[in-house]
Design a protein around this ligand. Structure first.
Ligand SMILES: [Ca+2]
Ligand SMILES: [Ca+2]
Ligand SMILES: [Ca+2]
Ligand SMILES: [Ca+2]
Length: 436
C-alpha cells in the first residue's frame, strides 16, 4: 500500500473552527478547479497546480484522470471542486476525524459518500461543495447558465461501521466449457458490508449477475467482472475463458538439406500463436539436448495493451530465437503458455550440423579387369554422392568401379558430397601405362 509520508496540516492562519476533514477521490476527469469563498482559485490538471494554492486543500494527482484531495472546512469556510463531466465518473468522499495512525486513509471514516459509475451529460460543469454544513449533493449545470441546479444523489451514503468498510470484495470466477460455450459462475464475498451487486461485461454490454450465464467463446473469451460491497467499494477482475493452448512452430534457417542436415550455424525461430480471440502468449520455453545443451529457458512476454472487449478476430504472435552451433545432432524441445495458463504439449525439432567435407580415395583394381575404385568416407552426416571425371571438366556420378583403358595411362578426378552438402576437394589419381 502506498505510504502517506505526512499528514497535511491546513494553514494555521486560516484554520476554521469546527474543522471538518474530507478525503475526496475523483476518477474519470482530466482537469479540475478548486475555488473557495475567500476568492482563492486553483487549477489542477497536467501541471499539478496552476494559480493559487488553496489554504485548506491538499491536492495530489493519481493518474491522468484521477485526483486525490484532502479538504478542510469549518465555520466560515467553504470550497467548491468543479470540473466538466466525462463519459464516466467515480467519486469517493470520506469524512471523519483525522487518522493519527497516518495509514493510507487520512480520516477515520464516519461517513462514506460514493458516486459509482456516474454517467452525466458530457461536458456539463459539475460542482462538489464542501462547507461547514457538510457535503452538499453533487450538482451540475444542465443549461450552461452558470447555476448548478441539477442535483444528483450519491449511489452510496453510509455512516458508522459501514463507512469504515474500505476493503473491496473478493471475486472468484469459475467456468466450464462445452461445445465452445462457457458457463460462467461468479462468486463474490465481502466480509464487512456484504455484496451489493455484481456486474459483468462480455462485450460492449454490461449485465447484472443473477446466476450462471453462458458465453459463446467464438464471440468473446474475456469478461470483466465488477463487484461492489455495501459501502460501494469496488473490485474489478478480468477473467479469461480461454481453454485452448497456444501452438508453436519452429523454423530453421538456413533450411536444412533434403536429408535434414545443415553445414552452418542454425537459427531456430519459435513462433507461438494463440487461437483467435485467445488470451495471447505469456511465454515460450525451450531447451536443447544432444550435441548442444541449452538448459530450460523461458522467454516471458509482456502483456500487450489489452483493448476490451477483446475482438474475437484478434490474434497475437510471439517469437523467440536460439542458435545451434555445435556439430552433430541436437534436439530442441519447446512449448508455449498463454495468459490464461494453458500450456501446449511439448514439441521437438532436430537440428543436425555437419561442417566437415568427406575424404575421397581413388585406387586401382586389376582383377578381373583394370578398374578405378573410388571410395569416400564421412564422419558425420554420411556420404551422399561421389562424382568422377577423366578430364577434370565433365563429372559423372560414381556408382560402380570405373573401367580403365587396359594399357594406356589415365588420370581420374573425383570428389564427394556429404548429406549436409559439404563438398570435398577434388582428388586425382594417375594410373600408369601398362605397356613396356
Ligand atoms: Ca444551470
Ligand atoms: Ca468490504
Ligand atoms: Ca489460448
Ligand atoms: Ca561431413
Amino acid at each position: 500500500m502506498p505510504q502517506i509520508e505526512t499528514i497535511f496540516v491546513p494553514n494555521e492562519g486560516t484554520l476554521p473552527d469546527n474543522l471538518k476533514e474530507y478525503q475526496v477521490k475523483i476518477n474519470g476527469v482530466e482537469d479540475l478547479d478548486i475555488t473557495d469563498d475567500d476568492g482563492h482559485v486553483g487549477t489542477y490538471g497536467d501541471f499539478i497546480s496552476l494559480g493559487v494554492e488553496l489554504p485548506n486543500v491538499d491536492y495530489s494527482r493519481g493518474s491522468d484522470i484521477s485526483h486525490d484531495m484532502q479538504v478542510f472546512t469549518g465555520d466560515g469556510y467553504s470550497c467548491n471542486i468543479k470540473f466538466r463531466a466525462s463519459d464516466w465518473l467515480r467519486i469517493d468522499i470520506l469524512t471523519g476525524p483525522s487518522n493519527e495512525a497516518k495509514s493510507i486513509y487520512r480520516v477515520v471514516p464516519e461517513q462514506a459518500i460514493r458516486y459509482l459509475s456516474l454517467h452525466l451529460p458530457k461536458g456539463k460543469m459539475v460542482r462538489l461543495r464542501f462547507g461547514p454544513e457538510g457535503f452538499e449533493d453533487l450538482r451540475y449545470d444542465a443549461d450552461d447558465d452558470g447555476v448548478f441546479e441539477t442535483v444528483v444523489e450519491p449511489t452510496i451514503n453510509v455512516t458508522g461501521t459501514q463507512a469504515r468498510d474500505l476493503t473491496p470484495p473478493q471475486i472468484n470466477v469459475d467456468f466450464t466449457v462445452q461445445n465452445n460455450i462457457a458457463t460462467v459462475t461468479i462468486n463474490a464475498t465481502d466480509n464487512e458490508t456484504g455484496i451489493r451487486r455484481i456486474r459483468y461485461t462480455p462485450d460492449e454490454r454490461e449485465f447484472y449477475y443473477t446466476g450462471p450465464f453462458t458465453i459463446d467463446l467464438n464471440e468473446s473469451q474475456l469478461i470483466l467482472v465488477v463487484a461492489e460491497d455495501g459501502a460501494g467499494n469496488e473490485s474489478r477482475r478480468f477473467k479469461w475463458l480461454d481453454i485452448t493452448p497456444p501452438t508453436t512452430t519452429a523454423v530453421l534457417s538456413p533450411t536444412p538439406s533434403a536429408d535434414g542436415w545443415n553445414n552452418t550455424d542454425v537459427a531456430v525461430t519459435l513462433n507461438a500463436l494463440d487461437t483467435l480471440g485467445g488470451s495471447r502468449i505469456d511465454s515460450i520455453t525451450y531447451s536443447a539436448t544432444g550435441a548442444q545443451t541449452i538448459s530450460e529457458t523461458t522467454m516471458k512476454f509482456k502483456d500487450p495493451p489489452l483493448t476490451f472487449p477483446r475482438p474475437s478476430t484478434a490474434q497475437d504472435i510471439a517469437t523467440t530465437n536460439l542458435t545451434i552451433t555445435e556439430e552433430g545432432t541436437t534436439t530442441v524441445t519447446f512449448f508455449a503458455k498463454d495468459k490464461a495458463g494453458n500450456i501446449e504439449s511439448t514439441k521437438t525439432i532436430t537440428v543436425k550440423i555437419d561442417r566437415t567435407a568427406p575424404t575421397v580415395q581413388i585406387r586401382e583394381l586389376i582383377t578381373p579387369t583394370r578398374q578405378a575404385v573410388i571410395e569416400a568416407t564421412d564422419n558425420s552426416s554420411g556420404v551422399k554422392a561421389i562424382f568422377y571425371s577423366f578430364d577434370g571438366q565433365n563429372y559423372l556420378p560414381y556408382v560402380l568401379p570405373v573401367a580403365l583403358n587396359p594399357i594406356l595411362s589415365q588420370r581420374i578426378y573425383a570428389y564427394a558430397e556429404d548429406k549436409a552438402n559439404n563438398r570435398s576437394e577434388i582428388v586425382q589419381h594417375d594410373f600408369g601405362s601398362l605397356t613396356r
